[in-house]
Design a protein around this ligand. Structure first.
Ligand SMILES: *Cc1c(COP(=O)(O)O)cnc(C)c1O
Length: 377
């Protein structure tokens, strides 16, 4: 059994995929081929923003957004304590201080109450300038943007939506990657919409920021890449990945997102009586980057993981360590807030195999094995 079955996906998309890839190889337009701009238009339309600017990966997408706002030394950037490293790494790389904020147990996403406490604490200490909230759509569910926006407006902060795991999610009719002042996503192969290598994208409604992003991603270009008007980076989505994503986006829209939601619902129906299942907020819709359950404690979690492994069922622990306790952040301890929820999630969380091509019978095997194991502990 595969945790996320990309081989099966390729077998189903093979005819279209081989044709799309073959066209790039025949044309030889490996950088900035027409497929890149076509894809940007399709992605912006899908998400519902004015602009989409593709780039090399989801981490660069975050960095580029922070460059646009000139985030750096002396700035505080609020980041959930329970996320992938890149969400905290990128503000630190720019010279800013990441201030880690606790999450909610039910949704795994940023806790607005903890966020507000952290903002007030930074203001009270008076050493840093509170500047950006990086809100993460963890495991596919959008963060609580109505509340986050209220706090951002009150304290004059930018919202950067890290939608690396959230592409395809919604609040009401509004799609993920449209909630930030700038929003980003990743096309790493295992994300909800993945390519066959690294890739990322940035979304915004602001013309001025879109122009800056297009310049920063190609060496701070002016008229062209040999006219350099600012210091930038080299971070482009290549044509092959754009062509691959055009094929995948079609499947994602037509049936993959529905299929993965049906599979997630099946887990929830059958597992809710034995473990704590993920909670999707009223009116929210997840793209299910991960299906993560909570066990009562670390011992039960670890023995369940070994039991499933013996049965050939792969699982993952996202995440086993809070951001605030990563070695790399040891020196960034100038603003401390309580992070009790993240601490216990790291000990209790377990992510199950889930993808749009999962067979009913495979899922029954996962469910049956979990029930069997928990009977005995
Ligand atoms: C994967 C991920 C990223 C980084 O994306 P890459 O394309 O791997 O650089 C950033 N934030 C979150 C929450 C992620 O899950």
């Amino acid at each position: 059994m595969q945790f996320r079955d990309l081989k099966k996906q390729y077998q189903i998309l093979k005819t279209d995929m081989d044709e799309a890839v073959g066209r790039v190889l025949t044309d030889g337009n490996f950088i900035s081929g027409y497929q890149v701009e076509e894809l940007e238009k399709q992605l912006a339309q899908y998400v519902g923003t004015k602009h989409c600017i593709t780039c090399g990966n989801g981490t660069d997408a975050l960095s580029l957004a922070l460059m646009v706002w000139n985030v750096g030394q002396g700035d505080a950037v609020f980041v959930p304590d329970f996320t992938f490293f890149a969400s905290g790494e990128t503000p630190a790389y720019r010279g800013a201080v990441p201030v880690f904020v606790d999450v909610e147990e039910e949704t795994f996403n940023l806790s607005p109450a903890s966020l507000e406490r952290a903002v007030l604490k930074v203001k009270e200490e008076g050493k840093l300038n509170p500047k950006v909230i990086i809100a993460v759509d963890l495991f596919g569910q959008p963060a609580n943007y109505p509340e986050i926006r209220r706090i951002a407006d009150q304290y004059h902060l930018f919202v950067l939506e890290d939608g690396a795991q959230g592409f395809g999610g919604r609040i009401g009719e509004r799609r993920a990657c449209s909630f930030g002042d700038i929003s980003t996503t990743s096309f790493f192969p295992a994300k909800p919409l993945g390519c066959y290598g690294d890739g990322g994208a940035i979304f915004t409604d602001q013309d001025k920021w879109a122009e800056l992003l297009k310049s920063y991603r190609v060496h701070g270009k002016g008229k062209d890449k040999y006219d350099n008007v600012r210091i930038g980076v080299n971070s482009r989505l290549d044509t092959l990945q754009a062509a691959i994503l055009q094929v995948k986006l079609r499947a994602f829209e037509e049936y993959e997102l529905d299929a993965v939601n049906q599979a997630a619902d099946r887990y929830t129906q059958k597992l809710r009586e034995v473990v704590q299942v993920p909670h999707i907020r009223e009116g929210f819709y997840s793209s299910w980057a991960q299906y993560s359950i909570l066990l009562n404690d670390e011992n039960i979690r670890d023995s369940l993981q070994s039991y499933l492994k013996e049965k050939g069922i792969p699982t993952m622990i996202y995440y086993s360590k809070p951001m605030s306790r990563q070695t790399a952040f040891r020196e960034y301890d100038c603003v401390k807030v309580e992070l009790p929820v993240t601490e216990q999630l790291c000990r209790r969380v377990l992510s199950l195999p889930l993808h749009p091509y999962m067979e009913l019978e495979e899922q029954e095997r996962v469910i049956g094995s979990i029930k069997e194991c928990l009977k005995t502990v």
